[in-house]
Design a binder for this molecule. Structure first.
Ligand code: 13P
Ligand code: SF4
Length: 305
């Protein structure tokens, strides 16, 4: 089958099966182009909860599909590639979190949405990169355990000096590689461009950027900014969307090109197979869904926008 035929089949199957395709901003361009909804982790989790459909096809990584399942347990949630995970999410286990809780008894736990479902179930509140500062600000307690991303934890701590953040030592290998030197070089090449970076970048990178935002925040900033050029400090997949939505503006990936291997696994063929064979279904134990949902719902309560 050629590309057009696959797209036609995907559309037919979607209609016939009552399915909706949710796509993360880092996915391949060809997958972004067939999305019913495209967005960041927060936007996609809200949409998954609201959608009136039988099946959700998730083009992203496992923790995102799990979040959709936890918030919509009555729907069949399919992940296009079963091995698509997030190495940062795998850096913390439920047992490691339990140990940390024992070390700081009574301290509330905020877990980044980039965690596995059983870790969410051990947490008080979840957050995404879009609302981490807002969630922590709105919590009554001053001392907070923040897992697993040490860089997002440091960004939250920088933004909220009155809070005491106890970080875990996890990180995203894609964002960790972005350096101050990359920004300096990109600025030299494009002196008029605004530098936007993801809060998963290291503190020294975040400190010299013009803007720090989730992928959804980057889309909004690029759309609303009067600037015409942008240097993008996150996974390169988002540049497809930024260029498509803002043809009159210029977007430059920060160098070297940041690529998330897991985000790039899903192809158009995978979306077709996923819909046709209704695989790979996300299955989570009922008790974990119950506890993890409380942490996710609390996150949504703490988030205004
Ligand atoms: P966003 O929530 O900003 O889309 O980020 C998800 C992610 O995995 C970043 O690496
Ligand atoms: Fe995980 Fe980093 Fe990939 Fe995001 S970009 S899914 S944090 S490995």
């Amino acid at each position: 089958m050629n590309k057009e035929e696959i797209i036609k089949k995907i559309k037919e199957l979607k209609r016939r099966k009552g399915a909706v395709i949710l796509v993360h901003n880092y996915q391949r361009g060809e997958v972004q182009d067939i999305a019913d909804f495209i967005g960041d982790s927060l936007e996609l989790s809200k949409i998954a909860q609201k959608m009136d459909c039988r099946i959700i096809v998730f083009c992203g990584v496992r923790f995102m599909a799990e979040t959709a399942k936890i918030l919509s347990p009555g729907k069949k949630v399919l992940l296009t590639r079963k091995e698509a995970g997030c190495p940062m999410a795998d850096m913390i286990t439920k047992d490691a979190l339990k140990k940390l809780k024992e070390k700081y008894p009574g301290t509330k736990v905020v877990s980044y949405v980039n965690t596995n479902a059983d870790v969410k179930a051990e947490s008080d509140v979840c957050c995404t990169s879009a609302n981490a500062v807002e969630v922590v600000r709105n919590m009554e307690t001053e001392k907070i355990i923040f897992v697993p991303d040490r860089n997002l934890a440091s960004y939250v701590a920088m933004s909220l000096p009155d809070k005491e953040i106890i970080p875990y030592n996890g990180y995203c290998y894609v964002h960790e590689r972005i350096s101050r030197e990359d920004i300096t070089k990109a600025r030299k090449d494009h002196p008029d461009a605004k530098v936007i970076v993801h809060p998963e970048c290291r503190a020294e990178v975040v400190q010299i950027a013009d803007m720090v935002a989730s992928t959804g925040g980057m889309v909004k900033f690029a759309r609303e900014s009067t600037s015409k050029e942008f240097i993008i400090g996150t996974e390169e997949g988002i540049i497809h969307r930024l260029r498509k939505e803002n043809p009159e503006k210029k977007f430059y990936p920060i160098s070297p090109l940041p690529v998330c291997r897991d985000m790039k696994l899903t192809t158009l063929e995978d979306v077709y197979t996923c819909l046709k064979e209704e695989k790979y279904e996300v299955e989570i134990e009922e008790s974990i869904i119950e506890s993890a949902r409380k942490a996710l719902e609390k996150m949504l309560q703490y988030t205004k926008s």
